[in-house]
Design a binder for this molecule. Structure first.
Ligand SMILES: [Mn+2]
Length: 307
């Protein structure tokens, strides 16, 4: 795994239905994301925060809230993530709401196209984020990034990475899903995304789920992880805008992260939707950082290195 890591803060909640995810990057820094990764032997550079328009907090216009602001933030994220990948570094996007997954993953896809790499995206989330302006109940664009990446959405958003669609639905595996809107469900099925929802994880277990989700990786694969903190069960990670009960337990989530680390293929990461305004003494930020450490190979039990 690339151990030269760049932290990129994207302090905005323009795509969300609650204010507060704009404070996520700083809460992750307060929880010592940089120093703790540094202690694991990673070379960490904190690039500070991107800038963009303020959140005007307006109702939807033609199906979207804050379209222009979302576009501006995603363009900034796209350029920042792309620049880190081009200089051979591992970008970690500190969100910010999940609409920015569009800017981040479109940059990763562009990099992979140019470098001849195969792309796989693991979308860890309580929600499928596969809405469009036609079916969205709220107009909040943080419910739409996966659809936009797959080419379903407004032209300026879907073509951010210069190639439409930015990713094939076949490259995306969703894990932990437990809240999907009715129209979204149909569109997900039609597009052919592989979704490992909570029912699947309940029945088959996290280990089997991750074995399948990671089965097609090879030496030429760039694995991107888009970690929405609401993936975690809110009993131990309450600091998000859209909590949904019945998520992975702490141990299940750790296993998920450790199995990703074991592949050695993760090459970029988003940590999204942390909302300090809804958190309790920064506990969710600390849990999120704990999970990120596991993604980089920190295991709970001390294990001997394989011979
Ligand atoms: Mn999400």
């Amino acid at each position: 795994m690339n151990r030269n890591v760049s932290l990129i803060g994207a302090p905005t909640d323009v795509g969300a239905g609650a204010r507060g995810a704009s404070m996520g990057p700083e809460a992750l820094r307060v929880a010592r994301i940089g120093p703790l990764l540094g202690e694991m032997g990673l070379n960490v550079e904190d690039r500070g925060n991107l800038t963009g328009p303020a959140n005007p907090w307006l109702p939807p216009v033609e199906g979207y809230r804050h379209f222009d602001e979302v576009l501006a933030w995603n363009r900034a994220v796209h350029e920042a993530v792309y620049a880190e990948l081009q200089s051979g570094r591992f970008p970690i996007l500190l969100g910010g709401d999940h609409c920015l997954g569009l800017g981040s993953i479109s940059a990763v896809a562009r990099h992979c196209r140019e470098a001849g790499k195969k792309l796989r995206v693991l979308w860890l989330d309580a929600h499928a984020d596969f809405n469009t302006d036609q079916i969205t109940p709220s107009g909040n664009i943080h419910g739409m990034p996966v659809a936009c990446l797959c080419g379903f959405g407004p032209q300026p958003l879907v073509e951010i990475g210069g190639h439409v669609p930015a990713v094939s639905p076949k490259w995306v595996k969703q894990i932990g899903i437990r809240s999907v809107d009715a129209g979204e469900k149909q569109l997900l099925h039609d597009a052919g995304l592989e979704v490992f929802d909570m029912r699947y994880i309940d029945e088959m277990g996290m280990r089997h789920t991750m074995e399948l989700a990671l089965a097609t990786l090879d030496a030429n694969t760039h694995l991107h992880v888009s970690f929405d903190v609401d993936f975690l069960d809110p009993s131990f990670a309450p600091g998000v805008g859209t909590t949904v009960m019945g998520g992975p337990t702490y141990r299940e989530a750790q296993l998920c992260m450790e199995m990703i680390a074991d592949t050695g293929r993760m090459a970029s990461l988003d940590v999204m939707e942390l909302n300090p305004a809804l958190d309790v003494r920064n506990r969710t930020a600390e849990v999120a950082v704990d999970m990120v450490q596991s993604l980089f190979g920190k295991s709970t039990l001390v294990r001997r290195a394989p011979r």
